[in-house]
Design a protein around this ligand. Sequence first.
Ligand code: PRX
Length: 661
Amino acid sequence: MSGTTTQGPQETRIFAPSAAFAAQAAVSGMDAYNALCAEAAADYEGFWARLAKEHLDWQTPFTRTLNEDNAPFYQWFEDGKLNVSYNCLDRNLQNGNADKTAIIFEADDGTATHVSYRQLHEKVCKFANGLKARGIKKGDRVIIYMSMSVEGVAAMQACARIGATHSVVFGGFSAKSLQERIIDAGAVAVITADEQLRGGKRLPLKAIVDEALALGGCDSVKDVIVYRRTGGDIAFKAGRDLWLHELVDGQSAACEPEWVEAEHPLFILYTSGSTGTPKGVQHASGGYLLWAALTMKWSFDIKPSDVYWCTADIGWVTGHSYIAYGPTAVGATQVVFEGIPTYPHAGRFWETVAKHKVSIFYTAPTAIRSLIKASDVDPKVHPKNFDLSSLRLLGSVGEPINPEAWMWYYTQVGGEKCPIVDTFWQTETGGHMITPLPGATPMVPGSCTLPLPGIMTAIVDESGQDVPNGQGGILVVKRPWPSMIRTIWNNPERFKTSYFPEELGGKMYLAGDGAIRNKDTGYFTITGRIDDVLNVSGHRMGTMEIESALVANPLVAEAAVVGKPDDTTGESICAFVVLKQARPTGDEAKKLALELRNWVAKEIGPIAKPKEIRFGDNLPKTRSGKIMRRLLRVLAKGESITQDVSTLENPAILEQLKETS
Ligand code: PRX
């Protein structure tokens, strides 16, 4: 485990929440925060039991809060039964939200559609009945490969309603990635759209599903359900493919929810780890929903009158917890956005905030950084040209936010009146872990500040011992929490070794990030991944995954992939490649680099394309044959190597790898 730092964060600016914001906040002031933390410390299970009873509706109440008998396979609220879709939809019909807008769908072309809770409930019930009519039932796995749409959210909710476990695959993944996920999940059905619309362009979805299924090994898939988005030409396989509108046609608008055990797998979401194959992170129903709902209230301070907008895609965990489930569980009105931040112009986010009077806005630092650049180039798209007075809270997610981007977000977007919640969390954690509470925690740009009440984060050294504040180390969570990953689908052993390593005693959750706490405030700053995982534009990618894709190309003998700091995307992918043929140079190198980039797009998806490819006769290796990635990281940055290279078998290679092709 390397990559941790002993440098403390230097940032000294502090921004306290305004008295007006604090006065109306769900958690008002640090005393309220500290009281919740004290409650959790005094009676951990009692704390969670209270919250689970207060924030969720149970069909069968639970009597056991936490079962640690088979740690680290923790179980929460295990003898309770509930239904996630019931909690997100039916509850809203009963508590006066039936005619409230659940979703404002902002299409790529700017058309907006309002869907009420009653309409969403009806849509989901019909969808669920349609799935049942196809024989899909509790425990079956369903792949959702959809664009951002009301139907995408409805597909997830419909699966939850019948107890089917969904696995959403981001629409930017390739046919091969989709096929691997279908096989690993053993999916019985795929829900997709004909095409997706992004930035005025039509991109195929159904055709990629066809290609994935044709790659073989997907015999478990009996149904492909297609939402007609664009009306583009697609192939239809009789007996297997079915239009969504035909599936729901004539179905009843009532669907009794399938009451499932709290531990029933709600979804599997594939994410990257240190090895070549993605991990199927499996989440439970009860504990997951509790945290999605509760963090909407605590971190986002959501109120009935808010218009909330999370710009993530449902293909990522943020789109699960903070689009499909969290906002609906608390009866919020939210914007669901189909498009991209730069179409038809880079003021689209701000224009949309003004148009729908968005009050809570949640996005990724990459988007902020790219919009800063865009408004430097074209002042017309600067946020000051749009009426952003409806905003009252801003959020950031997915990667570290650099203090300059934080300050711009705070001053130019939030007008210095909106607290920013810099939410640190992961696919595996199900919801926020470390974040300021907007009406309590004084904010420091670039720091995610303090853990939420009940979340027992700590920083330890490589043997699991606590390190003092001011000294960097490994971020861990010392106690299980309700929304945590339950296992890796099909691979419980990998779950144990990845997240509860014996070196740390087998009981601490290893986040995979380095962190440091400020000496005075105890605030956490995330210092970056300590494993071979990259974060490009907030998208998580494994270096080994990209390396495996590269070496699968017949031309490639060897490849090593490292991250390189990037002003806009946070990190970018730099690949060092040894070909089976002689090292190419000049135009030949350019041509081959392009070919390999497209190859990676085909193997994994366009998001995994290396930004840079450098060719060498070899890679820098120790005498025992280990690739020295830390040297490659230095080369990627364009810095000169100051480290000792005497253990290298072939130091001359470093000179060659300095050159970009
Ligand atoms: O490295 C951390 C970074 O994103 C990783 C989790 O990625 P993923 O599972 O795709 O989930 C992203 C959305 C929650 C973490 O291990 N990360 C996420 N949020 C932050 C962050 N790094 C710094 N600050 C954050 N707020």
